[in-house]
Design a protein around this ligand. Structure first.
Ligand code: EPU
Length: 337
């Protein structure tokens, strides 16, 4: 177990923001987590459960305790053509995807190279290229922070939706996730109809991709559009893609015939926030030391030495501009702390 006072989180957030927490505790097992819960005092509150820091913006020092899971390990149970893979919450998500693809356990390949850890995958319902992790999650095991008691939730209880779950709403700060069980299949059913996957496959003269080839294509698309946090701090998509009512959509589509969109249901349509931000002239621009990535306007970046407040100011300015131009309210996908 690691237990450190007045700890800099600089190496623990991909935005590269230099902020401190009063106490930082990392645990490697359920038993260690239960010991941590038993020893915490009111002075250690509030608690913040942090994964790999790839989806947070620190705007100030955190006057409380950061808890980080380093629970590792994945166990596979084979039931016919179904694989149940139970992973520790501290496993790196993309290592899990790589392992699945290497073993011929299919379903996760479109979620290749999404940053973050297993615990966060179940909080955030990570998604890309037409697949969301909720399509794979069977069970989430957690410890209730108030009591140290173990609990287990099935997929339905987590109330998953686009980048949403109960862990982000009424269960926020209530549980620490320890394990997630995913359902994979030995039958490969490729999902190729989203974004530019098919174009990229055509460029490589691939007509029927293997899961390994599909993973490679997804990785290459992500790497071509998204900045490497080692060189330019960022947290991937900064905003969620907004969902608007059909009437509002029709009115915008008449004004902007080339506007991309995704059907949600009979009365709702999702519009890419990256397109809205680009239309407001922000792509590639900066405000102070914070900026908008030149290849993907949904990604805000730290141009070097930015404070969390500078990134927040850019975020608020973009929200106001999109509201004024499109009457659409953007909401951050990253946790602003
Ligand atoms: N677009 C622009 N300008 C931009 C960026 C995008 O016009 O600067 C347009 C694109 O041309 C495209 C549309 O917006 O027509 C969607 O763009 P893209 O396919 O790049 O995806 P996104 O909607 O911006 C979402 C997810 C990503 C995921 C991709 C692919 C959210 C918040 N983000 O981004 O999620 O990788 O789709 O499925 O839903 C991540 O960002 O880390 C992530 C996992």
């Amino acid at each position: 177990m690691k237990d450190i006072r007045n700890y800099s989180l600089l190496r623990h957030n991909t935005f590269g923001i230099d902020a401190c927490c009063r106490r930082y505790i990392e645990y490697s097992s359920v038993e260690e987590l239960q010991q941590v819960i038993a020893m915490l005092s009111p002075a250690d509150q509030p608690l913040f459960m942090m994964g790999s820091g790839s989806n947070i913006l620190l705007t100030q020092d955190f006057e409380g305790t950061v808890l980080h899971s380093a629970i590792k390990g994945c166990e596979a149970t084979v039931c016919g053509d179904t694989i149940l893979l139970r992973c520790g919450s501290g496993e790196v998500w993309d290592d899990v995807v790589a392992r699945c693809v290497a073993n011929g356990w299919y379903g996760a390949e479109n979620l290749s190279l999404i940053p973050g850890e297993v615990g966060a995958s179940a909080v955030q319902n990570i998604g890309a290229y037409g697949v969301e992790v909720k399509d794979l999650i069977v069970k989430v095991e957690a410890i209730e922070l108030a009591t140290g008691k173990g609990v287990s939730f099935d997929n339905g209880e987590c109330a998953y939706a686009y980048r949403q779950s109960r862990f982000k709403k009424e269960w926020k700060d209530k549980y620490a996730i320890t394990h997630v069980t995913y359902r994979l299949s030995t039958t490969f059913t490729p999902h190729l109809d989203y974004g530019n996957i098919r174009t990229e496959l055509e460029n490589r003269h691939i007509t029927a991709p293997t899961a390994k080839q599909l993973r490679e294509v997804v990785i290459s698309i992500r790497q071509s559009k998204l900045p490497d946090p080692q060189t330019e701090g960022n947290a991937g998509s900064f905003f969620m893609n907004p969902v608007v009512g059909r009437e509002h959509f029709e009115e915008l589509a008449a004004r902007y015939p080339s506007m991309p969109f995704y059907e949600v249901d009979a009365s709702h349509v999702k519009i890419p926030a990256g397109w809205l931000i680009e239309q407001c002239g922000w792509k590639g621009r900066s405000l102070g030391r914070a900026g908008v990535h030149s290849k993907q306007a949904l990604v805000l970046v730290n141009r070097g030495g930015a404070t969390g407040q500078e990134v927040l100011q850019l975020c608020e300015t973009i929200i106001a501009d999109v509201r004024n131009k499109f009457a659409i309210e953007l909401h951050p996908e990253v946790y602003v702390i």
